[in-house]
Each structure stands twice: as C-alpha cells, then as structure tokens.
Design a protein around this ligand. Structure first.
Ligand SMILES: [Zn+2]
Length: 246
C-alpha cells in the first residue's frame, strides 16, 4: 500500500493537526497528526518518520554526534532511520529477520539476521540500533549478549521497545524444548510494517530492562529522557547501553 493510501486510511479530519518540527533526518519540517488516538498516526510530513524514529534520531545525535567514520548495525533494512544512517555513517549493516532463513543469508537482496545468533564477527560495530524488535525475540538475554559480542569496546547500543509503567517485566510467552510457543499471558501481537501482519510480543518490558542489559554484560544502561518538544507523543524513551572500554 502506498504511503498516501495508508495515511488516508488513518485520517480523521477533526483530529488533523500540523506543527513545525526540526526533524533529525530531513531538517526543518512539519509534524502531521492524522488522528488523535494512535501515535503511529503522527509523522514527519517530509520523510514519514514516526515518533519512535524521531526519538531515535535525536538520541543518536545526542549520544554519537559524529557518525562519520563509525560502523553501524541496524536491525531494519528500510525506512527513514536506515536511510539517514546510510548517508551519515562509514558503513551500515542492515538486516531483517526471516523465520525461514539463517543469519547471514540473503532474501531478495536483504540480509537476514536472528538477533540470538548473529553472523557478524566479534567487535564489528561502534553503534547498534533497533526499534521495536527486542520484545519479539524469544530469548532476549541471548540477543543482548550477541549484540555485546559484535560491539567494539566502548561501543553503544540505542534502541526502543514499549516500556510499560512498573518495575518488573512480564513474560507473555516462551519457547519450550521443541521450539513450540507456550503462552503465559493472552497472546498480544504488534503490527509488523514489513509484512503487514501481527507479530507476537514475548514480553512487556518494564523498568527492569536496564538490569537485564547489565546482566547481559553492558556496563552502563539508562532510559534517555523523553523528548519534550515532540507534540502528540507519549515520549517513547530510547534505551542506552554501553559496552566496557578495554
Ligand atoms: Zn523528516
């Protein structure tokens, strides 16, 4: 479906709003709200970045302002964040997850990577980014350790997941010994924009995601403050974690 057709499907004229915004990807722009009850309906008018991507772009500019000369790993192969990283960084390793492909395999020219079994060499990247991925990974601790392995000493991982109020993460599902899904809570699916279908959330993260990152071996982890100048947004926090410098 085209971007215009997607937008028209969401549009409610009475809730339609425009605001000037400085987009980290395309500069001075306009933020458009197509309706009031869905944050996915708030976008940069020029590059269509979502509030999640805008928050990520701002976090990257703050944490790693000089991207030139840096090697980046992003777990998505399209969208405004990926396009911007490709323009800025020395190199960007982009990938998607395909359940029927091995890490490192290509599907229609797109590299497959399973975060739990990355095909990248140790200490390959200065920065790892991902948005709304980790809650769909069955073994997130293993995925965090894999990310740590492929980061260089002092390297940074910045990412978003839905972080709910409260302290302790709720596990919604797990895989049994045969790899079958066992539901611990009623199944919750998030829409995957690449495939247009729902993908299962294995957990609802809460604040203890920061401890989980330290358990995986990151020496520092923090929720970066929500960006106050982004209107109509609940302020999706970006999660920062850093690997020890040697
Ligand atoms: Zn933009």
């Amino acid at each position: 479906m085209s971007r215009l057709a997607q937008g028209l499907k969401l549009l409610r004229w009475r809730e339609f709003r425009l605001r000037p915004v400085r987009c980290p990807f395309c500069g001075p722009s306009v933020l458009v709200r197509l309706r009031g009850d869905d944050e996915a309906a708030v976008r940069c008018l020029r590059c269509a970045a979502s509030t999640v991507h805008l928050a990520m772009g701002r976090a990257i500019c703050k944490v790693m302002p000089g991207l030139s000369g840096r090697d980046v790993c992003e777990f998505s192969a399209r969208g405004p964040l990926t396009a911007w990283l490709r323009r800025r960084a020395a190199s960007v390793a982009c990938s998607e997850y395909f359940s029927d492909a091995q890490s490192g395999e290509l599907r229609d020219g797109v590299r497959c990577e399973d975060m739990q079994r990355l095909s990248y060499a140790d200490e390959s990247f200065d920065l790892i980014t991902h948005t709304e991925v980790l809650e769909h990974v069955p073994d997130d601790l293993r995925a965090m350790r894999e990310c740590l392995r492929v980061l260089r000493p002092g390297g940074v991982m910045l990412f978003t997941v839905p972080v709910y109020a409260g302290e302790v993460t709720v596990e919604r599902a797990e895989l049994d010994a045969d790899g079958a899904i066992r539901h611990l809570e009623p199944p919750l699916h998030h829409i995957d924009p690449l495939r247009g279908e729902g993908i299962l959330a294995f957990r609802d993260y809460r604040r203890d995601i920061l401890q989980r990152l330290r358990e995986a071996g990151f020496v520092e982890s923090a929720l970066l403050e929500a960006l106050p100048s982004l209107p109509w947004s609940n302020g999706r926090p970006v999660i920062f974690s850093r690997k020890a410098s040697n």
